[in-house]
Structures are given as C-alpha cells and as structure tokens.
Design a protein around this ligand. Sequence first.
Ligand code: ADP
Ligand code: MG
Length: 631
Amino acid sequence: MALLQISEPGQSPDPHQRRIAVGIDLGTTHSLVAAVRNGVAECLPDEQGRHILPSVVRYLPPGSAGAGRQIGFDALAAQVSDPANTFSSIKRLMGRKRADVVQVDQLPYTVLDRPGMATVVSVAGEKTPVEVSAEILATLRFRAEDTFDDDLFGAVITVPAYFDDAQRQATKDAAKLAGIHVLRLINEPTAAAIAYGLDHASEGVFAVYDLGGGTFDISILRLTRGVFEVVSTGGDSALGGDDYDRALLTWVLTQTGQTELMNTATPADRAVLLHTARQVKEALSACQDEKQTVAFDAMLSSGEVHFDVNPSNFADATAPLTARTMVAVRKALRDAGLTKADVQGVVLVGGSTRMPVVQRAVADYFAQAPLTNLNPDEVVALGAAIQANQLAGNNPDGDLLLLDVIPLSLGIETMGGLVERIVPRNSTIPTALAQDFTTYKDGQTALALHVVQGERDLVADCRSLARFELRGIPPMAAGAARIRVTFTIDADGLLSVSAKEQGTGIEARIDVKPSYGLSDEQIARMLQDSFTTAQADMQARAVVEARVDADRMIEATLSALRADADLLSAEEQADIARLMDTARQVASTSQVAADIEAATQALAKGTEPFAALRMNRGISRALAGTRIDAI
Ligand code: ADP
Ligand code: MG
C-alpha cells in the first residue's frame, strides 16, 4: 500500500505488543534483512554470522536431494560449475521484457521472451524472476523469524528510485509469494538517507551515490519538513563493481600477455578469472599504501594467470569507469536544476563505494567528505528497518516519514461522466496540482464537483471519493467563468480539493482520504483493468465527448434562438429545429462517435447564416450605444 494506512478509531495496535517488522534490501548482487532492536537498527546475521545473502539461486535437477535449490553462498559457490542453472542479477529482469534488459546476452543463463515478463530456464523448468526473487526473500524472512522466534508482521522492501510500476509490482508479488506482508516499498536512496538520520534535519538537498555490483544509481533528494522527495535520478544500469572486475582482469591479461584468454577461456575458466579479479579488487580497497601489491593466482583448466596489482595500477585500469559515474552525477544535478554547491550531504551506498578511487572522486567533485561511517552494504537495509519499525506502529513517538507516491490517479468528473485526471498516478507526495474548469450552461451559478480515483476514462469505472459543490458563481455566459480546481496531497497522503472562482474569489473545499480502504489487490486489479480496457475506454470516451459536444451545440443554438429568433423566417426556424432534433436523437442513441459528430457538424453548418445575422445585429447594437465621435 503506497499510502499511509490509518487504523479505525480504537483499533490501533496495542502499544505494548511489539510487531516484528524488518527492512529488506533486495539487491542485484546482495540482499540483507535488518530490524530495529532495542532502539537501534541492525542487520540480522545468518547462522554463520554473515549479514550478506548473495542474491543467487541455483535450481537442481528434479529428484536431487534436499529442497531442489540452493540459495545464497551455496548457490554462489556453484556458479562457476553450473552457470546455466545458477541465477544471479535476477533483479535486472524483474518486471521487464527480455528486450528491455541491458546486455541480456551476457547473462550466463537462458532468458526467454514471455508476455509480461522475461523468464529464465533451469533444469527444474522455466522460472519467473518473481519466483527466483521470492526464494531470496523467503530466506530472509526465515532468518528474521528464527532470530526473533516469532512470525514476521511485515517488511519494508527497498527498490531503486527509477523502478517503474511493473518492476515495483513484480517486487511486491515476489514478497507475496514469499509469504511476506509488504508494509511499503521505499526507494533505496531514501532508505539510505533515513539510515543516516538525514530526515532529522529540517531542510536540505542530498545526493545518494550508489555503486553496487552491476548498477550505478545517483539520486538527488530534497528534504522538506521531514519528507524526502526524489528530485532526480540517474545512473547506469550496466555499470557496477562487476565492470571494475572486468577492467582489472583486462589490465592483468594485457600485462601478462594473455589477452587471447578474453575470447578463448571456457565459461568456467572465465568465471574463475572474474572471481579472482573481484578478490584482488576487494583486497586492494584495504591497502593503505599506493605501492603495496596484492598477488593472487587464478588456476584455470588451461594453465594459470598471475595477478599482481597495486592501488595505482587499479586506479589507472578503472579510471574511465569512475569517470562515467561522475558524468551521471553531473547530469542528475542538472536535471534537478541544482549545482553541486546546493548539495548539503553525500551518502555513499553499495559495496563498490569501499573502493578508495570512488571515494576520492566523489569527495573531489562535491568538495566535501561523503558520509561513510555506516557500512555501505547495509545502509539501505538499515534505513528500511527504521521505516518498517515506524510503520508497524512500534515507535509511536517517531515521526512518520511519508516519502511516497500515490498509487492511483486522482481527478474530477467532467461533463458526460468523463474523468479529467489532475494528479497522475505515481506522483510523489506531498504535491499540489491545479487545473481550470468552466461552466457548461449560461447563467450557471453552481458547480458540482465529484472527486474520483482510478486509471479509467469513465467515472463509472473509477472509485468515487467525494462530492462537493461550489455555489454563488455570478451568472455568466457558458464558458466565461474560470474555476480553478486544486488538488493538494499532504505528507500524510491526505487529499484536499478546493474549487475557486477566479473572478469573485468564492471558494469551496473538501478533505478526502484517498486510498483509505483500498487493498493492494484492489489497486492491482484497477491497474490491470485500465491496461486491458484502454481500447474500449478510448471508444467510450470518444462517444461521450461527441455527446457533450452535441449537447453544447444544441444548448448554444437554443440560447441564440431565445435571444434573436426574430432574425429568422418561420421556415429557417423550422430547418434549425429539425437539425437540432436530429443531433439530439443521434447523440442520445448512437454508440458511434463519428455519427454524432456528423450530426453536430450538420447543425453547426445549418446555423452559420443565423450566426452571421446575429453578429451583424451585435455590431449595430454596439455601435448604437457609442457616441459617433468616439469611433
Ligand atoms: P548490489 O546493490 O548490486 O546488490 P552491493 O552493494 O552488495 O551490490 O555491492 C556489490 C559489489 O561491491 C560487488 O561488485 C563487490 O565486489 C563490491 N565490493 C564489496 N566489497 C568491496 C570492497 N571492499 N572493495 C571493492 N569492492 C567491493
Ligand atoms: Mg544495492
């Protein structure tokens, strides 16, 4: 549920009963689970004391011993020997079609094109990325339940800020499959900022630089009164620690005169080489001295490769990669309309930010030391845990951070039962958006406003949220009044709608609780409906619009006749009456927009001479009221 859920009065959770709520960082390379214990967020270790769970699942042939799959470190260890059945970086496929996945051909397993979402092929059959992710999530859920010896109440799961709705939905589905109640999905950079307590500042702009295993994300956040807004995001979905491994490997093979191995190594040897490169890279991060070397041997089926690297070799080999991240940083700032001087703090996230070359580049660019005192692998999970603890109601004194997006569009009903969308789905809150409307009839003094929620074009297919009226509009010709309707959604997800007549300033407003009572299933179904029915909606919308136009034309003609019928002969009046009858008849019975439009056109054409006569009369009247010397 993307908006704050409010308990019924008297049904709020018993403050003494703690609910087990965790934060989960479902990463491309690693996943973690964290919880607030004794007021402090901490990552939960596995039985061997390890916090990190490699986001890797290996499926075994049917009939093999055990659960038929390995998850985490066991699966990672098997990646070299069984690459085709060992699924890493599955996050890149979540909610995506095969064609949308960057460098899909470089994945060591088979990815199939399937409607909706790509799938992967294993000895145990075809699997969706949702199922694979669910294995990882379930492992973390069991870890939490074992730790607390209690059932899990719910989890906050983090997703990249740029994840679209399909990717977010896929993440939720994976959680559901793993038996986890999702309290909320939050953006990874926001979670990192919360972990650093940046939300306790009152205002400010922060940059979150996240260099993980396979992806680089830069997010610019703005904090206003405790609420984070993602102002811009950028990065590169095919740039991460793995590329540093490859760059280092290329450098070593060039040094040792073995560049042919880049093409000739077997998949297993290639995996060994990359694994060694990664070990060397990580060991280099701990080097204090630029000249200290790290030496490793990679044993291949065809011989061996000797790695002998010092930090300055590594810096040279990978400088272009670090430079690419900084290009994305500059672009994200530009997109946000900000400069680096506006940035109050920089948060480093992701295991790859342990590399001194990266830390130096970031510090140089922003001319300030980035925040690094939390473990960069853990900071996202820690922030999610803090948020989960608050959402579960365990910290009633804590500020509730609402840094979310609205799940369904909000709009108002316009003539003919159509929806005019004012706040599109996925807008971040808080937000305020306005649109101008006008009256439909001459002399109309009141306006009925109907606030609806949903993605469909027809009011009947959306959810009605509230109705209210604006009264006291001075009588004017149809279309002359300017009524500004403003939708304001505050940080609590509370919607208020106001309508103000611009000329007189008269105003009416109503407060609404938008998605109160809508379950995730209902939201999913409403979204699904809007996709499958888009075509039908468009036709229905066209018919309704044509009807409104016809009615408006008839209304205008009637109003003209009331004023100036004396300009027409009885015969001309009868002709116009006939055209109006036809238009009225077609508009009320036809389901074909083109037919209704044709009838409206005929009426418009038939009244053209009348309009010309009226215009002449209007001019002579205007002249009659003017003194001759003023012309
Ligand atoms: P993701 O968010 O993609 O799951 P992580 O944040 O866990 O990824 O980062 C994984 C990456 O961090 C890997 O490429 C790994 O090699 C790298 N990494 C971890 N520790 C270090 C280190 N000490 N020095 C350099 N890179 C590291
Ligand atoms: Mg990450």
